[in-house]
Design a protein around this ligand. Structure first.
Ligand SMILES: [Mn+2]
Length: 341
């Protein structure tokens, strides 16, 4: 259940107070909020004399290597040493369903503390803290640290700032709320370094990632009066560009920057043989709802799901166009009775 104002539930606090050995995880293909939140929580727990190990199915983006250098991450399907006997709790961060970790069969062996901000979280934990008003899970980890009175040092604050900054699109998305700015100020007070985070996010691209951008932009299509954009990434493009799958992170922001574009779909072919769709939107267009109807998840303005084939891709594009048209019609019918602020 949602907690008013981001209050940490007492059963979760009790679990963190009583536990000594924590296994942290996050979703497959981890992003800045996943990595920043995991590394920060591990540092916070270790700083208070507890043991913390991070286990992810997929490697972290290399652009965040300064953050992950602090707390090495165990990557892959093989469990870390001592699993499961030497752990008290598993803590999936940022996962609306446990299978988003790609490690669900193993993690289920431990009591689970579920910390997330996604709509539609399935409350699969022994304790569940789901706050859909939180701008990032990193902001929730900050609240947890404060509730547990844990020491937040400069590197922990910077890891949390990474999560907050990336999940809000560097404070440009609609989740850049007063809570987001308050958390940012608090993190900077604790020594977070926004200029270093900006360097990782904007000035740490691999040559492959920039070449992959060129490949992707060649596929750009505009639909629905140039209000919906779609782009594709095929395995052959990754090969030509010399790029790895994680190099695709953030590329969707480029079609999103086109004037009048209100929704973007990025279709990414994966080595597993399926096609992942990332969706982005502006304002009231709810791509989270579209993704969750297809078994995916996310937020109103950023979401993802899988598609079956080209026919299914077309159906999804039609849904996007319908959503954009409905939002526009809504705006027009309201503009008559709106008064200036
Ligand atoms: Mn997040």
């Amino acid at each position: 259940m949602n907690s008013a104002g981001g209050t940490v539930p007492s059963d979760l606090l009790e679990a963190f107070r009583s536990g000594e050995r924590f296994l942290l995880s996050s979703h497959a293909h981890p992003d800045g909020d996943a990595i920043g939140s995991e590394v920060a929580l591990a540092r916070l727990l270790r700083g208070s004399g507890r043991a913390a190990t991070i286990w992810n199915a997929d490697p972290a983006p290399v652009t965040y290597s300064e953050v992950t250098a602090d707390v090495p991450i165990h990557v892959g399907r093989t469990p870390p040493a001592g699993f499961p006997d030497e752990f008290d709790f598993a803590v999936p961060l940022e996962c609306p369903r446990l299978d988003r970790t790609d490690l669900e069969d193993a993690l289920r062996l431990l009591p689970i503390l579920n910390i997330d901000h996604h709509l539609g979280n399935q409350l699969y934990g022994r304790a569940n803290w789901v706050d859909t008003e939180a701008p990032a899970v990193a902001e929730m980890v900050l609240r947890l640290a404060q509730a547990l009175d844990l020491e937040i040092d400069e590197r922990t604050a910077t890891a949390l700032y990474l999560g907050l900054s990336t999940d809000t699109g560097s404070f440009r998305f609609s989740n850049a709320t007063s809570r987001a700015f308050e958390a940012a100020a608090e993190l900077v007070r604790h020594g977070a370094r926004p200029e270093r985070v900006a360097g990782w996010v904007y000035e740490s691209q691999s040559p492959g990632a920039v070449r992959l951008l060129a490949e992707m932009l060649g596929t750009l299509e505009l639909h629905c009066d140039e209000r919906v954009a779609s782009v594709r990434l095929e395995l052959s493009m990754f090969e030509r560009a010399g790029a790895c799958q994680t190099d695709s992170e953030g590329l969707i922001d480029h079609p999103r920057s086109i004037r009048d574009v209100e929704a973007v779909a990025l279709f990414r072919e994966r080595p597993e043989g399926d096609v992942k769709v990332s969706l982005r939107s502006r304002g009231r267009i709810d791509v989270g709802a579209i993704a969750s109807r297809r078994g995916g998840g996310g937020h109103r303005n950023a979401a993802g799901c899988l598609v079956e084939d080209r026919k299914d891709e077309q159906a999804l594009m039609d849904e996007l166009a319908t959503a954009v048209e409905a939002a526009t019609a809504d705006d027009q019918s309201q503009s008559g009775n709106e008064t200036a602020p």
